[in-house]
Design a protein around this ligand. Sequence first.
Ligand SMILES: Nc1ncnc2c1ncn2[C@@H]1O[C@H](COP(=O)(O)OP(=O)(O)OP(=O)(O)O)[C@@H](O)[C@H]1O
Ligand SMILES: [Mg+2]
Length: 459
Amino acid sequence: MGKVKTNTRYYCTDCGSVSPGWLGRCPSCGKFGTIVEEIEEVSAKEVKKPSALSRPVRLSEVSEEKLVRISSGIAEFDEVLGGGIVPASLVLIGGDPGIGKSTLMTQVACNLAKNYKVLYASAEESPAQVKMRAKRLSLSGADMLLLGETELNAIIDAAADADFLIVDSIQATYLSEMNSSAGSVGQVKECAARLMRFAKAEKKTVFIIGHVTKEGAIAGPKVLEHIMDAVLYFEGQTQDNCKLLRAVKNRFGSAQEVGVFEMTDKGIFGVKDYSGLFLSDGRGENAGSVVTPSISGNRAIAVEIQSLVSKTAFGLPRRMPLGIDYNRAALIIAILEKRAYIPFYSSDVYVTAMGGIKLTEPAADLAVAIALASSAFSKAVPKDLCAFGEIGLTGEVRGVNFTEKRLSECYKLGFKTAIIPASNKSAAEKFAGKMKIIPVKHIYQTVKILFDGETVSNE
Ligand SMILES: Nc1ncnc2c1ncn2[C@@H]1O[C@H](COP(=O)(O)OP(=O)(O)OP(=O)(O)O)[C@@H](O)[C@H]1O
Ligand SMILES: [Mg+2]
C-alpha cells in the first residue's frame, strides 16, 4: 500500500455537502448542528489489480468457515450473544451511565484471560481503579493486560498480539488525526470504523462499550449500529438491582435475546430463575394490573402491566407509558374509547411494565387494554389471570405466535385463567384441562366478560 496521508474534512450529516471547516449551520441545507468531522484518506495513486476475491464464485464453491464459539464464562452473557463469543467479531455494549457495563466486561475479561490474551483498554478509569474493581469482585484474571490510554492508535498498537480487545468507552477514546474532541459524532464514528477494520483484518474480537445519550441512542445518532456484528443494550433502572441485557442486533444469533442480571457488591450475575421477577405480590387486590407472557428471543417472561387512570386536573389529558411504546399506548386508548366505549378523554393515563423491562411486541396489547379498562372501572382483575393478543384498529383481537410457550410459562407460575385470541384456540388445546382458556375475538367482548360478568361463549 502506498503512503497514506490523512486529511480531515467537514460534511453535513443531513445533506452531505462538504465545508472547509466546522460551521454551526450548514450553508447548503440550512440545518443547525449537522456538520461533523471525518477523516479523508488520500493514498498515493496505485493501479489496482483485480484480486482473486473480486471474481464471482458459485455459492456451492465458497469454502465454509466453521463457526466456533468461545464461552465468556458467564452463561447468561453467552446466551444473549447467541451461544458464545464469535471470534473476530465486533460487539457493542451500550447502556446508561453507571448501569454496570464496566463491571460486566471486567468479569468477562478476567474469565477470558485464563485461556486467551486479553487487553482491557480503560480510557475512562485508571488501571488502579480497574484493579480495585477486580479486587472487590474477587476476580482472578491476573494475566489480563490493562492499558490506561485514550488515543485509539496507541490502543490498537498495544492490542497487536492480543486475542480480545475491550475498549471502555468509545466516547472517551479519540484519534489524534482528527481535530474534533473525543465523544463527538465524527470521532466516535471514525474510532468505531478503525476498530472494525482492526477486528476484521487482524481477526481479533473487539468489545466496545458505549454510553447512551438522553434520547436513548448510542453515541448520539445511531451511527455505530450498522458496522457492528452484535449490539447489546443494558436496560433497567440504575438504582434497581435487576438489569436486562438485550441484543438489538446480532449477525450470529437471535436479535430478540434477553439476559437477566442482578447487580450485587460481588459483581453482576446472571439470574437463572427469572420467573416472578416482573410480578408484584399485591396484584389482584387493586384495580389496574394484569400479567402478560411476553416473548424475548427464546424465552417467555411473565410481566405485570400496571395502569392508573385518573381525572385530568387541567387542560390536556396526560398519557404516560413506561416500558411500552408511546404510540402503541395512545392507539390502545383510542381503540378502547371507540370500540369498547370507555371514555378516556378527560383522564390522565399512566401505564407501566414492571421491573424496568421494555415490552416491544404487539402481543402485549390485550393486557395493556385490560389493565386500562380495569383501572377505568376500578375493578380488579383476578390475581391468577393472564392475557395476550394483538388488537387491531377495529377492536378485533388478533392471533399471535408462541401460544404454547406463553401458556406454559403462565401455567408454571400458577396462573389458572388465560385470555387468548380466538384464532390461537387450537394451539392452546394442550392446556385445556390445566387452565381455564377464554378465547376472545373482540376487545368489547373481553371487557364485557371481565367487568360485566358476561358468560363465555365456547363456540
Ligand atoms: N462497592 C460497591 N458495592 C456495591 N455495588 C457497587 C459498588 N461499587 C459500584 N457498585 C455498583 O456498580 C455500578 C457501577 O458499575 P460500572 O462502573 O460497571 O458501570 P458503568 O456502566 O461502567 O458506568 P460508567 O458509565 O460510569 O462507566 C454502580 O451503579 C453500583 O451499583
Ligand atoms: Mg464504566
